[in-house]
Design a protein around this ligand. Structure first.
Ligand SMILES: [Zn+2]
Length: 204
């Protein structure tokens, strides 16, 4: 244990460390060898098994129809996107239980969508609205305010910058297309990789 393992408050998408340092536990996810917070909460490192977990600050009792949520795109199938619910967008509280949801291809954007690859890419963070909360969670990103709010470049994994004509990569110049939310870019800070192991003043 070092001072860097002291509990701290983290945002969804915030880098916790590398997979060599930590075993991803509850409330985290691993992507390309790095472990990230899946929800807003406080970090806990188990010194015995090196697992890192994030405990929700406040869990919401349940999701309701019409609620806005942040979710991460995990898998694109021909007819639907499989996503992990990260948090309630209005309260930023973690979504409890088994936080999996789907976005049907007809609900990804307005009009006909030939392939979900036009709308999303794996790893994207989307702002979505709950169409159905039980027995499974179904979401829509069709309205203009909804859709992808943070995405990474396919070529270099840099954070894509938003613009009127779509997304571009400031690092390598690639352009990409998504079903973007009007609030694209609001999650840039927590998605950015931070150097792990920084000391956190004030923790005990
Ligand atoms: Zn790039």
């Amino acid at each position: 244990m070092t001072a860097s393992h002291a509990s701290r408050l983290v945002l969804p998408g915030e880098l916790l460390g590398t997979a060599e340092e930590f075993v991803p536990g509850h409330g985290t996810y691993e992507e390309q060898g790095r472990v990230y917070a899946a929800l807003l909460g406080s970090t806990h490192v188990d010194a015995n098994d090196r697992s890192v977990s994030v405990r929700a600050v406040h869990a919401i009792p349940h999701l309701g129809e019409g609620d806005l949520v942040y979710a991460r795109v995990d898998e694109l199938k021909s007819q639907m996107a499989i996503v992990t619910l990260l948090s309630d967008a209005s309260t930023n509280r973690a979504v409890p239980g088994t936080p999996e949801a789907t976005i049907h291809i007809s609900k990804a954007k307005e009009g006909y969508t030939d392939s979900l690859n036009e709308a999303f890419s794996t790893g994207d963070i989307v702002l979505a609205k709950v169409l159905q909360a039980q027995p499974t969670v179904k979401l829509t990103t069709a309205p203009a305010s909804l859709g992808v709010v943070a995405a990474r470049c396919h070529s270099c994994h840099g954070i894509l910058a938003g613009g009127d004509r779509g997304l571009h990569c400031p690092r390598c110049g690639a352009t990409e297309t998504r079903k973007m939310s009007h609030s694209y870019g609001t999650l840039h800070a927590p998605l950015k990789a931070r150097a792990p192991g920084g000391h956190h003043a004030g923790s005990h």
